[in-house]
Design a protein around this ligand. Structure first.
Ligand SMILES: C[S@@+](CC[C@H](N)C(=O)[O-])C[C@H]1O[C@@H](n2cnc3c(N)ncnc32)[C@H](O)[C@@H]1O
Length: 389
């Protein structure tokens, strides 16, 4: 049901969810009568819990809020069996603050910020421990991606959205190299975005828009960007198809979505190849334990096709100790070891014996990287698809 041009309200009986999205700013209660009737009907008909989803409700004024709060209060007072869970989003900071007093007043009403702890690797990735890893990685992948990006459709002057931008150094590099007409970089980590703004300022760049948001519920209009990137991130999300759907939506018809991902079990090195191989096979299992797929790389094409893209292009490149300074490669491996064999292995409850063996493979990879005759590699899959016109 569409109540006006600016908001929509839908009731899904199967999961007892009433979704209000858009902007709800009526001048008087009579303007939102259809919404009131639909909500009343939903509240009257559900058994148990009604989920009032305001995740994508960008604005609400007091007229509308009073109507909703009044209806909710009236119904939970009338029906002791009824529970209402208001689902808010940290992206719209106001929504939790606005609805929380309702939950404090009414015992059968709760407010849940859906994206507080919403993807498995969040604590590892958003707490800042990943920052040194990301910095180093982007520096090492850029020399390959810089050459590949035009083949994937990035041309100077394109508008670019970098979704799950992390600490934003890809955005800075793309800005310098491709002079986009617009560059927006979005992430769900406030500490990474703070860092990203600082990096941009250090480069004297003022026109990258850094935005806090959820890649699976992007607050950007359909068909907004020529080129949408999402690097090393579908692999950390337990439901990558939700992000791909949004990447597709915000991409212009004829534009392209570019993704990069890894297959960590294919990291390699010589000498000491066997222990290195063992450790990276274990890395893949460790990530899978936390519902993340660090083996996503070769699956990229399938995911892009399933999301509706055509003209799929796929490349694989190997970042190695021989590309530049071997110490950069060694530092990246050390940062991986710190997080994987540190917090992640501990959280999984791994034994000290396992952790010692696990660490050895990383140390051997570093040994291979720094050895004058050694070789150490980290393979990446870069893939893109075109949104049909
Ligand atoms: C492995 S990092 C990659 C960052 C960056 N693209 C890079 O290549 O350096 C994954 C990033 O995805 C972000 N992220 C994960 N899930 C997200 C979501 N649902 N919405 C927005 N950002 C998310 C994390 O905060 C993190 O910065």
């Amino acid at each position: 049901m569409t109540g006006s041009e600016t908001y929509s309200a839908t009731f899904n009986e199967n999961n007892q969810e009433f979704v209000i999205a858009g902007k709800l700013r009526p001048r008087s209660a009579s303007e939102i009568k259809p919404l009131e009737s639909a909500l009343l009907q939903a509240l009257s008909n559900v058994r148990g819990t009604l989920y009032l989803n305001v995740k994508r409700l960008g604005r609400i004024n007091n007229v509308a809020f009073r109507m909703i709060a009044g209806l909710v209060t009236q119904m939970v007072n009338k029906r002791a069996d009824l529970r209402i869970e208001v689902v808010t989003s940290s992206v719209l900071g106001w929504s939790t603050r606005k609805f929380l007093p309702l939950a404090e007043r009414l015992p059968n009403v709760t407010v849940v910020e859906y994206d507080k702890e919403f993807y498995p690797g969040q604590s590892f990735l958003e707490e800042g421990g990943f920052i040194p890893i990301l910095r180093n990685q982007t520096r090492m992948t850029w020399r390959h991606e810089r050459l590949l990006l035009p083949r994937h459709g990035l041309t100077p002057g394109s508008s670019i959205a970098d979704i799950c931008c992390g600490i934003g150094d890809f955005a800075v590099l793309a800005h310098k190299e491709f002079k986009p007409s617009r560059l927006l970089a979005l992430d769900h980590s406030r500490s990474s975005l703070d860092y990203a703004r600082k990096v941009a300022a250090d480069f004297g760049i003022t026109d990258i828009e850094y935005v806090y948001g959820d890649a699976a519920e992007i607050m950007i209009d359909d068909n907004s960007f020529d080129f949408v990137t999402c690097r090393h991130s579908l692999q950390v999300f337990d439901r990558p198809e939700l992000i791909l759907r949004e990447l597709y939506r915000i991409c212009k018809p004829g534009g392209r979505v570019y993704i990069t991902n890894e297959k960590n079990s294919h990291c390699l090195g010589e000498p000491r190849g066997e222990t290195i191989q063992w450790t990276y096979t274990e890395v893949a299992k460790l990530w899978a334990h936390f519902n993340m797929d660090i083996e996503f790389g070769p699956k990229s094409g399938r995911h892009l096709i399933d999301a509706g893209f055509d003209d799929i292009r796929m490349d694989t490149f190997m970042v190695t100790n021989r590309d530049g300074n071997p110490q950069d490669f060694a530092d990246m491996i050390q940062a991986w070891e710190n997080v994987y064999a540190g917090e992640m292995a501990r959280d999984r409850g791994d034994s000290p014996e396992f952790i010692a063996r696990f660490r050895q493979g990383f140390q051997d990879h570093i040994y291979a990287a720094l050895h004058p005759k050694g070789y150490a590699g980290w393979p990446i899959w870069a893939a893109s698809g075109r949104k049909p016109t």
